[in-house]
Design a protein around this ligand. Sequence first.
Ligand code: 5GP
Ligand code: ZN
Length: 113
Amino acid sequence: MEDCLFCKIIKGEIPSSKVFENEYVYAFNDINPVAPVHILVIPKEHICCADKVDEKNSIYIAKVFEAISQIAKNLDLKEGYRIVNNCGENAGQTVFHMHFHLIAGTNFGWPPC
Ligand code: 5GP
Ligand code: ZN
C-alpha cells in the first residue's frame, strides 16, 4: 500500500525505533506512548483492520502473537501487559494498517471505559 504510514515504516522509508522484526512481523515504539512500555506490533502484510482477517492472511496475525510473547520475554514483562487492537473509527483506530498496542509498566484498570 503506497500511502500507508505503517507500510512505509516497514520499508524503512519513515524512521522508527525497532523493537523486533522477523519475516512476518515488525514491532516498534509508539511515537506517543500512553504507558512506560508502548510498542506497536504489526503484520508485514497490509491488512487494514481486524475485519479483514481471513484464511489467506491469518498466518500474519498468528505470527504477531508469537512475536508479542517473545517481546514480553525479551523485556521481562513479568508483571503483565495489555494487548489492544482498535478496529474502526468508533474504536479509535487512526492508522488503517492493522496493529496491536502492547502496553505495560503500569497497573491498568478494567473495564477500559
Ligand atoms: P490507533 O489509534 O490507530 O489504534 O493507533 C495508532 C498509533 O500509531 C497511535 O498510538 C500513534 O501514536 C501511533 N503513531 C502514529 N504515527 C506514528 C509514527 O509515525 N510513528 C510511530 N512510531 N507511531 C505512530
Ligand atoms: Zn500498510
